[in-house]
Design a protein around this ligand. Sequence first.
Ligand SMILES: NC(=O)c1ccc[n+]([C@@H]2O[C@H](COP(=O)([O-])OP(=O)(O)OC[C@H]3O[C@@H](n4cnc5c(N)ncnc54)[C@H](OP(=O)(O)O)[C@@H]3O)[C@@H](O)[C@H]2O)c1
Length: 324
Amino acid sequence: MSETLRVALVGLGDAGAHHARALKALHGEGRMRWVACCGRDPARTLRYCEAQGVDLQPWASLDAMLDAGGIDAVVLATPDGLHGSQALRLAEGGVHALVEKPLALDAESAFRAVEAFREKGLRLGVGYQLRHHAGHRLAREALETRVGRLRRVDLRWTWPDPAVDGWRARGEGSRWWSLAALGTHALDLALWFARRGPEDASSVEAIIDREGPVDRRAEVCLGFGDGLTLHVAVSVEYRSVPRLSIVGDLGELEALGTLGARGEGTLVHRLPRGATELLPFQPVDPYQAQLQAFLAAVEGGQEPSASGSVGARQVRLLERLTAR
Ligand SMILES: NC(=O)c1ccc[n+]([C@@H]2O[C@H](COP(=O)([O-])OP(=O)(O)OC[C@H]3O[C@@H](n4cnc5c(N)ncnc54)[C@H](OP(=O)(O)O)[C@@H]3O)[C@@H](O)[C@H]2O)c1
C-alpha cells in the first residue's frame, strides 16, 4: 500500500457524482490520491475522467482495473444488484472498499462479503453518509444532556424519485426501491442514534406498499424491550420536509432538512414545557466527511463507523421486512 492512499471510483452515475465531489476535494487537499474511474462505456468513462480536472486513468472493466494494480481503495457506486459480487471481487483484488448501500441484495451475500474482507485484513465500509452530517453528529453528542433516556426516534423522508423507469423501479438489479433509496439510511440513522443493532429489536412491524415489483412506500417500527420505539416512514412518490425527531425524558431534538446529500438543515432542542433553542452547526459535505473517516479507518486499521457488518445487518433487516 502506498503511503498516500490511491483511490478509484467505480460507477459514475448519481451517487458516483456525490463521491466524485468528495474525492476531488480530498485529492485537492492532498489527503489521498484519486487515481482512476471505472464505468461500463469506454468513451463515456474517458469523457468523465477528462471532465474532473484530475489526472485519472479511465477503465471500462473492474477486473482490468484491479489486475493492473496501483489502487489501494475503491468507492463502489454501481447498481444494488452488483454490490455483492463486486465486493467479493474487490476483496480478492486486495483493495479496501467503501460500498454504496445496500451492501447486497440478500443477507447471505452481504455476510459473505464481510467475511471476504475480514479474511484479507481489508476494510469494508458501507455508504451511510448521513452518520457524517454535522447536525446528526451534534444531535448524537447532545443526547445524554438534552434528551436523556431515549423514548422514540422518528424519521420521515419522502422524495419523488424521478427515475420511475430506472433499474431500481423496474426491479432489475434491485430488490427494494423506497427501502433501498431512503429506508435503509433512515433505519441506520435511527439505530446509530440509539446505539443498537437491528437484532436488538424485540418487535419489528412494517407496512410496505408495492406497485409493481418493488416497494414505493414503507412504514417501519422497531420496538425494544426497554420501551424505545424507532419509527421510519419513507416514500419515493412525493416531496415533504425531511424530518428527524429524537424524544427522551429530558427533551427533544428535531432536525429539519438534514436528510439529504448536502449537509444542510436545522437542528433545534425543545423542552417538553419550555423553550426552544436552535443548535447551530457548521455544515460539512457528508460524502466528504464519510470518505475522510473511511480513509482514516483504513490507515488506522479500524472498522469504519458504518462497517460491512452494519451494512450486512441492514440487508438482513430489509430482507425480514419484505419477506412477509
Ligand atoms: N448514499 C446515498 O445517499 C445514495 C444516493 C444515490 C444512490 N446510492 C446508491 O448508489 C448506487 C448507484 O446508484 P445511482 O443512483 O448512482 O445509479 P445510477 O445513476 O444508475 O449509476 C450507476 C452507475 O453504475 C454504472 N455501472 C453499471 N454496471 C457497472 C459495472 N459493471 N462496472 C462499472 N460501472 C457500472 C452505470 O453505468 P451506465 O451509465 O453505463 O449504466 C452507472 O453509471 C446504488 O446502490 C444506490 O443505492 C446511494
